[in-house]
Design a protein around this ligand. Structure first.
Ligand code: NAD
Length: 369
């Protein structure tokens, strides 16, 4: 079994607390021989600022590129609010994404049966939900030039941004969506605004050409962003993989996240381009932030961090069996009504972060024996 090198960047506030629980899962996999991991640690965000006066050092970027994957916690907190804007903890993550060339953001929206009641939608609409949103992460209107704010004298001011996508940018993200669909339900819904935006026309043409040339076994349909937003709350289970650009993906992934009921349950992945050596830069992190309001109190839900690890095993290391083991253990824990405060229903006594880690490990042990 090859040894995989993982760089752990736990970050700030709640980050290191929930990372401890994911590290216990990693250690269990190593100790039982289910996997072979070599772990390195680094600083990012406020922790890096405190040590090096920058939220991300070049050495950390080098470590990230040398690793087979990065397991990231979360960054930020009130103690760094007065720091210069460019040196804020959050800049550390943005720079890391840029430094690693992470252009694809994968955000699964999965509803565990035991938590279906926690969604703001009716249980029957979300029970069994399993969607993957693939968002282009480093192009589009958030980065397009020209951009700026123009002084218009007596008429006030004018803010403007540019939405632009090239064939290369569309094709590389569409490949990710089609490849993922092949491992799932073989359906991709590509979302754009081709009825009013030229960038959408090109997006639609290029995704169709790619599908026809290389993915005839995958169904492709196109949807306008406004319709897709409605469909996601009307009948979310109609989707398998949703492919979309940076702006629409930002909004749709948060919308889909809320279908699942809790921030503390949601993992994500960001992937870069596969190099000539076959290696693909990858970073896995919970969707939630550093939760300073509950940090240090042994209250946070570690499941998003643990599920980020299982995504890493599935997508970076092709370890579907080990990923299934972790996810089945989480499902079993929830089915026993073991819950942290964020997902505890009425009348349930919340468990601590550590107790949740204990419960997941106990289920993994039971399932593996
Ligand atoms: P947040 O996600 O940290 O917290 C929002 C709410 O959800 C809080 O009430 C928090 O207690 C709760 N929550 C979050 N994760 C939880 C968990 N695992 N278990 C239980 N409850 C959980 O968002 P915020 O409060 O807007 O931001 C706090 C800090 O995090 C800010 O500095 C922000 O910039 C940063 N942030 C970082 C990331 C990241 O590292 N990727 C993402 C978002 C926000």
């Amino acid at each position: 079994m090859p040894t995989q090198k993982i760089l752990v960047l736990a970050g700030d506030c709640l980050g290191p607390e929930v990372m401890v629980q994911a590290r216990r899962v990693l250690a269990w996999l190593n100790d039982t021989g289910a996997a072979s991991f070599e772990i390195e640690e680094g600083l990012v965000g406020g922790a890096s600022y405190d040590a090096h006066r920058t939220p991300l050092t070049n050495e950390t970027v080098d470590l990230a590129m040398a690793a087979d994957a990065v397991l990231f916690g979360s960054i930020g907190g009130p103690q760094w609010e007065e720091v210069d804007y460019d040196l804020r903890p959050e800049k550390g993550l943005l720079r890391l994404r840029q430094g690693m060339g992470l252009f694809a953001n994968l955000r699964p929206a999965i509803v565990f049966d035991a938590l279906a009641g926690a969604s703001s939608l009716k249980t029957e609409l979300v029970k069994g939900l399993d969607i993957m949103i693939v968002r282009e992460l480093i192009g589009g209107v958030y980065f397009g030039e020209p951009r700026g704010i123009e002084d218009m004298g007596d008429e006030g001011q004018r803010g403007y941004n540019t939405q632009a996508y090239s064939t290369r940018e569309i094709v590389r993200i569409a490949h990710v969506a089609f490849d993922l669909a092949r491992k799932r339900g073989k359906r991709v819904c590509s979302v754009d605004k081709a009825n009013v935006m030229e960038s959408g026309v090109v997006w639609r043409e290029e995704t169709t050409l790619l599908r026809d040339a290389h993915y005839q076994d995958v169904d492709l349909n196109h949807m306008f962003i406004d319709n897709c937003s409605m469909q996601l709350v009307r009948a979310p289970k109609q989707f398998d993989v949703i492919l979309t650009d940076n702006l629409f993906g930002d909004i749709l992934s948060d919308l889909a996240a809320m279908l699942t009921g809790s921030l503390g349950m949601l993992p994500s992945a960001s992937l870069g381009a596969t190099g000539d050596d076959g290696r693909q830069p990858a970073l896995y992190e919970p969707v939630h932030g550093s939760a300073p309001d509950i940090a240090g109190q042994n209250k946070g839900n570690p499941l998003a961090q643990i599920l980020s690890l299982s995504m890493m095993l599935r997508y970076s290391f092709d370890m579907a069996q080990q990923a299934d083991l972790i996810e089945n253990a989480v499902e079993a824990v929830l089915a026993k009504n073991i819950r942290t405060g964020d997902i505890a229903g009425d009348g349930m006594t919340p468990v601590s972060t550590i107790e949740m880690g204990d419960a997941v490990l106990a289920e993994m042990e039971a399932l593996a024996s």
